[in-house]
Every structure is written in C-alpha cells, then in structure tokens.
Write a protein that binds this ligand. Structure first.
Ligand SMILES: [Zn+2]
Length: 109
C-alpha cells in the first residue's frame, strides 16, 4: 500500500485541493481531501495512472477555470455567471465520479 498526493476538484470545498490517494498495487483505494478531510472510497478498480493523466484533465479543466475567476473577482463573477455555468462543473464532476464508481453506487454491468 502506498500514498500519493494528487490535486483534484473537491465537491465539498468547491475548489481544487490536494488529495491523499491510497493505492494498492496500481489501483486506487481511497481519496482524502487534505483541506476538508472528505474521504472517498473508490469502489471500482481505477488504475492510478488513469487518475493522474486524462482523468484529471477531464475532471479539472472546468472547475479550475471557474474557481480561478471566483478568486480574482468573486462578486463580479457570481453576478455575471448564469447559474448553469456554476452547477455544470459539479454535474460533470459527478458524472465522472459516477462513471468511475467513485460515488460507491452499485452498477450491474
Ligand atoms: Zn475538500
């Protein structure tokens, strides 16, 4: 068992934070947000290398852009962004997490 640190979008902190990932062999076991402590158990076998490459890019592109804008000018961004633009990254995130079985939902396939 080994631990690595990866930057991921945390749905609880609503920003990219460092997550401690616990791996068994080449597969991911748990992810823990170092900011809020939210622990996510990876129910399906996700290869670590998948997490750190394409997966991360898919996961992070949109949330990252929006949180950066929020940091620069929170008021202006919040007022000018349509609601959908804010919830979209979260939906995308959930879809991706769900896809990988990160939400722990059982699926028969
Ligand atoms: Zn967090």
């Amino acid at each position: 068992m080994k631990k690595i640190e990866v930057e991921l979008f945390c749905p609880q902190c609503l920003e990219n934070t460092v997550h401690r990932a616990t791996c068994v062999g080449d597969f991911l076991l748990t992810l823990e947000c170092s900011n809020c402590g939210k622990k996510t158990r990876v129910s399906r076998r996700v290869p670590v290398k998948e997490l750190t490459q394409d997966f991360l890019e898919r996961l992070m592109t949109k949330p990252l852009r929006i949180t950066e804008e929020l940091r620069r000018s929170p008021h202006k961004t919040l007022l000018s962004l349509p609601r959908r633009a804010i919830t979209k990254p979260l939906r995308l995130m959930q879809e991706v997490m769900d896809d990988l079985g990160l939400l722990g939902r059982e699926r028969k396939s």
